[in-house]
Write a new protein. Structure first.
Lengths: 225, 236
């Protein structure tokens, strides 16, 4: 995180913890991962779990622009003015890593329009295992995979699986039907990630998104400390 | 405006800075824009490299020339706020005015990180929602020690490089063919940049009336329609 980050000019570039008017900006958490792993569903569940406690907004980076934003709107997880879609010109990883300018603009517009905000979730468009967020855009990132995508994904590693601040293995309820070994996934993830945390979730059963929501609460506590 | 820039030796002598600014990897948001190519592909007007060359030539001599001259004028010290109004007057499509200001705001962020200076700060303060991208580019070019021809070249190249990259993604066009299209256009691009720079140099004394106002009505019309598409890959 950039808690002590400061700038020697008056220009607020991107990662600075303070906004141009001197107030502290919202914590930004990125959610990335392959297509269909449950990123948007996780964002929706997080909004429902946290919106009564924190002031939240969401930026979506769809491949076809507004699908994910519209899913969130349809499910009414946040008022429409708290959801912004960014177009990525067929390159979702570019918009979250190599050229983050459109996403930074969306983040700043949200803070101006509906702030002060505690938390902004930046959801990447579904991409590949090498997609990670720039530290200039987010303070922490979550990588979402699912058991149906193959239980060898944690073993394969890649920057998302290996370096994300939280790895989420979603759709655990499907494991018996697709022949995925959760124990093996947990073991492989530990081998790849060392001490970095892993959350196993099933958004449709049990405690749902709670392990992820608890982790986000911890990040928020550290950010505002 | 004084002739020395904060980050360069003398205007026009900073060739490496031109490479940095003109690099497609310069993080100023351009990758998400097709310069009208997405609409043209959908309408069947661009299907191959020949069509792409025709499209790019048209764009270069219309909005390319106009934008390049605005950038050149900003690079020689014409008032950027006057140029910003001149850019509005030369951009009939509201969607394209919005796009130009969005891209100007995004370029401003990268420019202030790369070549921080008072002129960029002042323009950012005067236009917090973004000035037209070519105007910001011209002020940036000056900050980087570049001259009006450099600024004009940058903008003219962008006016064709953006659509070429987009068409590679949209059609799966052979990237070698797309690059060859740009290479064949290079001599024309030089001519357009020279014309733009000449006009830009006159702007501080003669006002924005000295700048060309070429436009492409079909690009304006399709940009309006494209902005309302529910499903699209590019922002413009």
């Amino acid at each position: 995180m950039h808690l002590d980050h400061s700038h020697d000019t008056t220009t607020v570039v991107s990662a600075d913890a303070a906004r141009s008017d001197g107030t502290r900006r919202a914590l930004r958490i990125g959610l990335g991962g392959p297509v269909g792993s449950g990123k948007t569903a996780t964002v929706a569940a997080l909004c429902r779990a946290l919106r009564d406690t924190y002031s939240i907004a969401v930026v979506t980076n769809d491949i076809y622009t507004r699908e994910d934003a519209e899913f969130l709107l349809r499910n009414a997880v946040l008022p429409p003015e708290r959801i912004q879609a960014v177009e990525t010109g067929a390159c979702p990883h570019t918009a979250i890593r190599d050229d983050i300018s459109a996403n930074l603009e969306a983040v700043e517009d949200l803070e101006d329009a509906v702030g002060p905000l505690d938390l902004i979730l930046v959801e990447s468009g579904g991409d590949n295992l090498t997609a990670t967020f720039s530290k200039g855009l987010v303070d922490a990132q979550v990588f979402v995979i699912d058991v149906a995508g193959g239980d060898d994904i944690p073993r394969k590693g890649g920057p998302g699986v290996t370096t994300a601040d939280l790895l989420v293995v979603n759709k655990t309820d499907l494991a018996p039907y697709v022949g995925s070994d959760l124990g093996r996934m947990a073991h492989d993830a530990r081998t790849q990630r060392g001490e970095l945390p892993v959350a196993f979730t099933s958004l449709t059963s049990g405690e749902g998104v709670k392990p992820v929501a608890d982790w986000v609460r911890g990040q928020l506590a550290a950010w505002s400390a | 405006m004084d002739t020395t820039s904060p980050h360069g030796a003398s205007p026009g002598a900073a060739r490496a800075a031109l490479l940095v600014l003109a690099d497609g990897r310069f993080p100023a948001g351009g990758h998400a824009h097709s310069g009208g190519a997405e609409a043209a592909v959908k309408a069947g007007r661009i299907r191959d490299a020949t069509d792409l060359a025709t499209f790019c030539r048209g764009r270069l001599h219309t909005t390319g020339l106009t934008s390049a001259a605005l950038a050149a004028a900003a690079a020689v010290g014409a008032d950027p706020l006057v140029l910003d109004e001149a850019a509005d007057a030369r951009t009939p499509s509201p969607a394209l005015r919005t796009t130009a200001r969005k891209l100007g705001r995004q370029l401003m962020r990268a420019a202030r990180a790369a070549w921080p200076c008072d002129a960029l700060d002042a323009l950012a303060a005067a236009r917090p929602r973004g000035a037209h991208q070519p105007v910001v580019l011209g002020v940036t070019a000056h900050a980087a020690g570049l001259g009006p021809e450099d600024a004009a070249h940058c903008v003219a190249y962008e006016s064709v490089g953006g659509p070429a990259t987009a068409v590679v993604r949209l059609l799966g066009l052979d990237p070698f063919e797309a690059t060859a299209v740009l290479a064949r256009l290079a001599p024309e691009l030089d001519q357009v940049a020279r014309r733009a720079a000449e006009a830009g140099r006159r702007a501080p004394a003669e006002g924005p009336g000295a700048l060309p106002a070429a436009s492409a009505p079909l690009l304006d019309i399709t940009a309006q329609a494209h902005a309302a598409w529910p499903v699209r890959l590019f922002a413009s």
